[in-house]
Design a protein around this ligand. Sequence first.
Ligand SMILES: [Mg+2]
Length: 180
Amino acid sequence: MKIYDTIFLDRDGTLNFDPGFIQNVEQFKFYDFTIPALKILADKGNRFCIVSNQSGVGRGLIEMSDLREINSFIRSECQANQINLLDIYLCTEHPNESTNRRKPGTGMFLEAADDYDIELNKCLMIGDSERDLIPAHVLGMDTMLVMTGNGHLTIDTISAADKPTYTVENILEGAKLLIK
Ligand SMILES: [Mg+2]
């Protein structure tokens, strides 16, 4: 069994269906297995941070107030299930004007490390896109690629350098693997 300092989570395509630019809480749907997966890992002592690019805000497609409402929903679901979600980091920058905060940049991870005294080289990142895995590799974290969301596309195109530590069908399969 592997316990991490913190497990970082991508949002769209990893925790929830990704139809592209989710604009409000009504459009936000967790996969059926997401909360059970996080619960399995939380019960073993893991804590979590969400790191999510939300360029829809920078593109003028998503309102911050709606994003905050989605965050509140995610937090309340975690709270109700005793899942220790430390924080939700969002990068709302437009891709054309982005900084190191936007994944594959490391900015959100470094912020979290600073805010919560996290040892990044003892962490895991779970995501469905190569840009989730790149910053994790740079920071010495383990990586898990899920086949939900963009996962199937990612596995066909990922560079050898970004090969994930674990490749799994979905986050529930990943959780079961980690607690073995
Ligand atoms: Mg994703």
